[in-house]
Design a protein around this ligand. Structure first.
Ligand code: PGA
Length: 219
């Protein structure tokens, strides 16, 4: 299967979990780990595909205390950056449309791929300049449809909803690869991955379980 399997640890994990994953994770999985573990993970296993969970709106270096730039993430071996996750849009109050645009640009400029998260109201979350940017960078960006009602709840929408929503996104952004995220686990991953429009999955809670994640990668 050549669909994308992306884990998102969120603010979870520790050094011993990183040790376990870096030795045993299926090489097809892209692992979204807290930024504090990225350098350590990369040096433990340079082949492991790492995603950052966010990046700064500032492009490279500067007097921006606490910020981590896309350029720094790329230097440490990150291949992907998650942008605009609903937990960041909600809690940081910082992922405005303008900032999402800046982050996407920074990720792509640094040679990484962006995973742009949107929810049910995706059409309201993407402004004109971001839309134009997405249209011209479809090969460098994935759009992950993550309904708020599905994140961390154990409830996934109907398979028809997933298929129709991703299909609408693909009609607007020709050639765009689309992911589904929200309560994906070993018991539902097979049917979700079987949907034509699903080019991959973004997995939160279940990505902390090594065996389960490896099983999903083998489906
Ligand atoms: P979940 O999270 O799999 O725990 O629902 C998914 C996500 O927030 O990306």
């Amino acid at each position: 299967m050549n669909k994308l399997i992306v884990g998102n640890w969120k603010m979870n994990g520790n050094v011993s979990l990183v040790d376990e994953f870096s030795q045993n994770l299926d090489e097809r999985v892209i692992l979204g780990i807290p930024s504090v573990f990225i350098a350590y993970t990369h040096f433990k296993n340079p082949d492991l595909q790492i995603a950052a969970q966010d990046c700064s709106v500032y492009p490279d270096f500067g007097a921006h205390t606490g910020e981590i730039s896309a350029k720094m993430l790329a230097e440490l071996g990150c291949k992907y950056v998650i942008v605009g996750h609903s937990e960041r849009r909600r809690t940081s109050n910082f992922d405005t449309q303008q900032n999402i645009f800046a982050k996407l640009k920074n990720v792509v400029t640094c040679g990484m791929k962006a995973i742009l998260c949107v929810d049910e109201s995706y059409h309201k979350l993407i402004d004109i300049q971001t839309k134009e940017f997405l249209e011209t960078n479809v090969d460098k960006i994935f759009i992950a449809y993550e309904p708020l009602s599905a994140i961390g709840t154990g409830n996934i929408p109907s398979l028809t909803d997933i298929s129709e929503t991703l299909s609408k996104i693909k009609q607007v952004y020709l050639g765009m690869k689309t992911l589904y995220g929200g309560s994906v686990n070993l018991s539902n991953a097979k049917e979700i991955l079987a949907i034509d429009e699903v080019d991959g999955v973004l997995i939160g809670g279940a990505s902390l379980k090594l065996d389960e994640l490896n099983e999903i990668a083998k489906l």
